[in-house]
Design a protein around this ligand. Structure first.
Ligand code: COA
Length: 158
């Protein structure tokens, strides 16, 4: 269950509100890739004392599946359980909207993210081979591993 302190809320960003690009870019370094779906998606922000400390983006892939496109927590707030709460919040909202599944993609080199998502009930379904080699101009390295493949994970909602 999502449990938040009283001074912390998660809410959908309204039209015309400032988009937290700095945070979104932590999750996806390509502004080109992001701009292809942001206008079709819903952006959620986690705020503490009215300051944005986390975000996630939801995009409907099909009538049954909602994808978390970006999820990020401000670096100073990482490792305190907020990422886990954002994932749980996204799943609750997807369920309430009637979706059967929620999905998320990450790189083969994103070890902490693969750990976190699987701990939160997501299972690897597909691997898009060489996705980051063909869709991103600059090579990406994390944990000393080249980020080449996009790993898709899905959690069933019931
Ligand atoms: N290495 C290993 N484990 C880690 C970790 C790290 N760097 N960071 C978090 N974890 C573990 C925690 O120990 C915790 O495990 P537990 O439940 O067994 O105790 C779990 O992951 C959840 O941690 P949490 O504190 O909720 O995560 P977070 O608030 O740091 O948010 C991210 C996770 C990924 C959203 C955040 O680190 C982030 O914004 N990263 C940069 C953007 C990004 O990579 N987005 C995802 C793109 S696919």
């Amino acid at each position: 269950m999502t449990s938040l302190q009283e001074d912390t809320i998660i809410r959908k960003l309204g039209p015309g509100e400032r988009i937290p690009y700095d945070l979104l870019l932590l999750a996806d370094p390509s502004i080109v890739a992001m701009s292809s779906y942001l206008s079709l998606a819903e952006i959620y922000v986690m705020e503490q004392d009215q300051q944005v400390i986390g975000t996630y983006v939801l995009l409907a892939n099909d009538p049954d599946e909602l994808e978390i496109k970006n999820i990020a927590v401000t670096p100073a707030y990482q490792g305190k359980g907020f990422g886990k709460i954002l994932l749980q919040d996204a799943a609750q909202r997807a369920r309430a909207k009637g979706f059967k599944r929620i999905s998320i993609g990450t790189g083969n080199s994103s070890i902490a993210q693969l750990y976190l998502y699987q701990r939160q009930g997501f299972e690897i379904t597909t691997v898009k081979k060489d996705y980051f080699m063909t869709h991103y101009q600059e090579p990406i390295y994390e944990n000393g591993i080249q980020c080449k493949h996009l790993v898709m994970l899905v959690r069933k909602l019931n």
